[in-house]
Ligand binder design. Structure first.
Ligand SMILES: *Cc1c(COP(=O)(O)O)cnc(C)c1O
Length: 431
């Protein structure tokens, strides 16, 4: 196998490291956990991206989730261009944002009202504030290995044990800001019950990724989400589904439609911006009416409901509504995940995989992955070998074991076939 030539990227990275912390604008982009250097991406079309040295890759990162139709889809590009020509931002109400709000309300079962923001982080941070304002309670329960953006109170370390008091996961987060964050293991309903029992009168919300995507893909066990719904109902707790990844991905109405459990509030991002910066939070009308200016919970944004992002979002949702899209994504997601597991098994490489719809993760471990602790058992140096072997052959997976692989509608059967052929070679080398 010839060594991948990324010399232009290396020069850029050297310069970037002097100007930008770590050379990147978001940590995982630095390729640190796979022991290599990042390729700088010049352009993307459909399922492929091309780096600054002209190497072309089939892209399974898809910008970490937004690109459900692949790169630079002509319909989305046209919508963005048209919006740009009539003004990029007004900081005032527009007709298009009402259209998008209506589309989201129609699509997502829990959402009766919605507020647009500019990122997933902002959406979740705002939803937490809203849940606290609505319930007049302080504690929040989250799950180990679930990521909800980088706001202070959600950067609580995944501590083990029941009702662990949160410890800051990042320098610069005072313990006082995470003291009300209780972290329990995913899929462990007894741990949730115990945490709620300790703080039943002061728990504002339970927040969960209904299908986890940020410890790698981990599916909720049968009955887990239903039990959360019941516990929330029994204790006056707001149930929040963080659907920043799963919203409009696992079904048009998100994971909640697909799995049949309806939260009180839902946070979204990624897909709803069609590749531009956007997030949203929405839910029950009586809760959403607590948001300013109709209620006392403050939340605002200069670029919220930005016309370019709204135009890209509307076009994306229109395309998602067309028949067959989700069936197609399911089929592609399954072919990739099952194919990789199969190739690994034939080569004698131990893996366990989780897949639902267009998202999947192959873990280098000998046991089922059902929570953060079992995800952490994966051999990350084996993942790094897989990642680097695939990258050299022109297949761009996430530079970390604990992420999802995404397929878009633009990924062809040829893409999958060539990916699986390359994976066979890589697994054979790894054996
Ligand atoms: C990506 C993500 C976020 C944060 O969204 P940003 O747009 O990166 O701020 C929050 N929650 C989940 C589940 C995510 O996957």
């Amino acid at each position: 196998m010839k060594q991948l030539d990324i010399s232009n990227s290396k020069i850029l990275f050297e310069k970037a490291e002097k100007l930008i912390p770590g050379g990147v604008n978001s940590p995982v982009r630095a390729f640190k956990s796979v022991g290599s250097q990042p390729a700088f991406i010049k352009e993307g079309h459909g399922s492929r991206i091309v780096d600054e040295d002209g190497n072309s890759y089939v892209d399974y990162v898809c910008s970490w989730g937004p690109l459900i139709f692949g790169h630079a889809h002509p319909r989305i590009v046209t919508a963005i261009k048209a919006a740009a020509e009539t003004g990029t931002t007004f900081g005032a109400a527009t007709a298009a944002e009402v259209t998008l709000a209506e589309m989201i309300v129609d699509a997502v079962p829990s959402v009766e009202m919605v507020r647009l923001v500019s990122s997933g982080t902002e959406a979740v941070m705002s939803a937490i504030r809203l849940a606290r304002g609505f319930t007049r309670r302080d504690k929040i329960i989250k799950f180990e290995g679930c990521y909800h953006g980088h706001s202070d109170s959600l950067l609580a370390k995944a501590g083990s044990g029941i009702a662990t008091l949160g410890m800051p996961d990042s320098a610069g987060v005072p313990p006082n800001l995470t003291i009300d964050t209780i972290t329990v293991p995913y899929n462990n309903i007894e741990a949730v019950r115990a945490a709620v029992a300790l703080h039943s009168k002061n728990t504002a919300c339970i927040i969960v990724e209904p299908v986890a995507g940020n410890m790698g893909v981990v599916l909720p066990k049968q009955g887990f989400l239903e039990a959360l719904r019941q516990i929330a109902d029994d204790n006056g707790i707001v149930l929040i589904f963080d659907e920043v990844i799963t919203g409009f991905r696992l079904a048009y109405g998100g994971a909640q439609e697909r799995l049949g459990v309806i939260p009180d509030l839902t946070t979204m991002g990624k897909i709803i911006g069609g590749g531009l910066p956007m997030g949203a939070y929405g839910g029950r009308k009586d809760i959403m009416e607590f948001v300013a200016p109709s209620g006392p919970v403050y939340q605002a944004g200069t670029l919220s409901g930005n016309p370019l992002a709204v135009a890209a979002g509307i076009e994306t949702l229109k395309m998602l509504k067309e028949p067959g899209v989700y069936e197609q994504l399911e089929e592609k997601g399954k072919r990739l995940a099952l194919g990789l597991l199969d190739a690994a098994a034939s080569a004698g490489v131990q893996t366990h995989g989780n897949q639902i719809g267009s998202m999947s993760t192959i873990f280098f471990t000998s046991s089922d992955v059902t929570d953060y602790a079992s995800a952490k058992k994966s051999n990350t140096s084996r993942y790094a070998a897989f990642f680097n072997g695939m990258l050299e052959r022109g297949f761009y997976f996430a530079p970390s074991q604990f992420e999802a692989a995404f397929v878009s509608t633009a990924h062809s059967a040829d893409d999958t076939d060539s990916t699986l052929a390359a994976a066979k070679e890589v697994f054979a080398e790894m054996k």
